[in-house]
Write a protein that binds this ligand. Structure first.
Ligand code: SF4
Length: 291
């Protein structure tokens, strides 16, 4: 699973070329760059829907498709054969199926991040199957987000050893499978934040609209959100804030999970202070969901 350079990958017709989109600016800019510079490649675009994405994300992806005339493959954990949910009927959210039927109501958190593995990584691996593929990842050349986590739920001992030896964290990968090789085009071409912004604005697509009030793509209830982002959710999408609160209700067994490790959403909405909306980039989070 050694990373491949962009120049090598684009000359290799023997593998699939897959660009996973999160709905965030970096993965979208990467997709735009590849379409503009390498349109001859059989590029495949995928978006793995947790069933809890922001409305702005869904509309941004539809705009991407309309402007560039491409189709995004929409994947979900409901496609995973081991869950056997397609046969059960009814319209159910992938997140809810996993939460209630696999994880007994245990909400994910930064230490037990089952959501990324089950809702994002596994459906992607199912889509690739046994094919040899490149996965193009939108890590930029100016990235310095040590708190970001990739395919693993947290840093492994090997990651720590590598960091101690080289001073660098291991690069983010979408999958640890040997048939899926990561490529980091934005790193290879030296693209930084300003380049990403310029590319998206110049393409007519623009930046994802939620950046006005939130610093990350991903689920509306993502536990990585800061207080100002939760407050922004309540202001912009009060119905989603209420929906997020329902997950914190006390269970029949008396247990109560909360999204934030410090306070419940009920307590958070009583705060008098309006915290600043995080601008710029989140310092921690999930590379797969937020790029
Ligand atoms: S956005 Fe947050 S809650 Fe959603 S899958 Fe990613 S890490 Fe989990």
């Amino acid at each position: 699973m050694t990373p491949t350079s962009l120049s090598n990958a684009v000359q290799d017709p023997s593998r699939r070329h897959i660009i996973p989109l999160s709905g965030g600016k970096d993965s979208t800019a990467l997709a735009v760059y590849m379409l503009e510079r390498h349109s001859g490649l059989p590029l495949e675009f995928v978006f793995t829907d947790t069933g809890a994405e922001l409305p702005e994300t869904y509309s941004y992806l539809r705009r991407f498709e309309a402007i560039f005339g491409v189709e995004i493959n929409r994947l979900t954990a409901l496609d995973l054969p081991e869950l056997q949910v397609r046969s059960k009927g009814g319209r159910r959210s992938p997140f809810d199926v996993l939460l209630n039927e696999v994880y007994s109501g245990f909400l994910p958190n930064p230490q037990a991040r089952w959501c990324t593995r089950m809702l994002k990584i596994k459906p992607f691996e199912h889509f690739v199957g046994g094919d040899d593929a490149y996965s193009y990842i939108g890590i930029r050349a100016d990235e310095n987000r040590e708190g970001f986590r990739g395919a693993a739920a947290g840093p492994s001992p090997e990651d720590d050893e590598e960091k101690a030896e080289t001073g660098r964290a291991k690069p983010v990968v979408l999958s640890n499978r040997n048939n899926i090789l990561p490529v980091y085009p934005l790193k290879d071409i030296g693209f930084g934040l300003d380049d990403v912004r310029d590319l998206l604005l110049g393409s007519g697509l623009g930046l994802p609209p939620y950046y006005d009030w939130r610093s990350r793509s991903g689920c509306y209830f993502c536990f990585y959100q800061q207080v100002g982002e939760w407050q922004g959710l309540k202001e912009r999408h009060p119905e989603l804030f209420e929906a997020a609160k329902t997950y914190e209700a006390t269970k029949a067994n008396g247990r109560r999970f909360t999204w934030s490790q410090t306070r419940s959403l009920e307590a958070l909405e009583k705060l008098r202070e309006r915290y600043a909306t995080p601008t710029g980039e989140p310092e921690d989070g999930c590379a797969i969901c937020h790029l």
